[in-house]
Design a protein around this ligand. Structure first.
Ligand code: CA
Length: 240
């Protein structure tokens, strides 16, 4: 990420977890600011201006979801929620309030760093307005509205194109069904999960070497989808 150190604000009341976060983030050359309650977290967001926030939902003073609401009144800083396993409902609520992603505790430090990087990169991409998106064997030319899969021009319907672009821009990030439907199809379709499944399957048929064993668009059961960052794939055999 160049020479600039990103500042990560960690809002987490359990000291051992803060310590693990700190070690992992500092090893990746991030600057870490931490606190153990929600109100101080909100205050630090305004004073420190972090590049990303790691937020525990179960805090001693206020609920982590209240922190999201307060921060989103004035800032679009990426927020990654840290939740305990099997709390899907809580995660979906947090995402709908404006959190960008989540990781479950206990977490793998490599997964944590990948999520942090993906969300920082997303924020940079939004500012830069890159005219071309690439991920593994997928290349999208946003100026000409063309998609190349493994170097071969492939045709997409306008909605398939929009959906693929949405996944490419948000790659690495957890996206809820509702969020995707609202952003790609509009509010009226926010609950048409079946509709989304059909389109995801059509897009997979075009981008995946083996659509039944997807490596790009990963299903997050009960929550939504995530597009993984994929290295170029030398074993590509699929021909649509
Ligand atoms: Ca906690």
């Amino acid at each position: 990420m160049g020479n600039k150190k990103n500042t990560i604000l960690v809002i987490e009341d359990e000291k051992p977890i803060r310590k693990v976060f700190g070690i992992a983030l500092e090893s990746a050359n991030h600057k870490v600011v931490e606190c153990d309650n929600g109100r101080e977290g909100i205050r630090l967001t305004t004073s420190v201006r972090p590049d990303l926030i790691l937020l525990d939902l179960g805090l001693p003073d206020i609920d982590g979801k209240e922190v999201i609401t307060a921060v989103r009144e004035w800032s679009q800083v990426p927020i990654i929620v840290c939740s305990v396993r099997n709390h899907d409902e809580e995660v979906i609520k947090a995402l709908s309030l404006g959190a960008d992603d989540y990781i479950t505790k206990p977490f793998n430090p490599d997964v944590l760093l990948a999520r942090v990087l993906a969300n920082l990169r997303k924020a940079v991409n939004l500012e830069a307005g890159d005219p071309e998106l690439t991920n593994g064997t997928i290349r999208m030319d946003l100026v000409r509205h063309e998609v190349y899969i493994n170097g071969e021009k492939t045709s997409f319907t306008p909605k398939e194109y929009e959906l693929l672009r949405y996944f490419m821009i948000n790659r690495g990030k957890m996206l809820t069904h509702k969020q995707i439907l609202k952003d790609v199809w509009g509010n009226a379709h926010a609950d048409d999960v079946q509709y989304l499944r059909v389109y995801v399957s059509q897009v997979r048929d075009k981008i995946e070497a083996d659509p039944t064993n997807a490596i790009y668009i990963i299903t997050e059961p009960g929550i939504g989808y995530r597009m993984e960052n994929v290295n170029s794939n030398p074993n590509w055999t699929h021909k649509p």
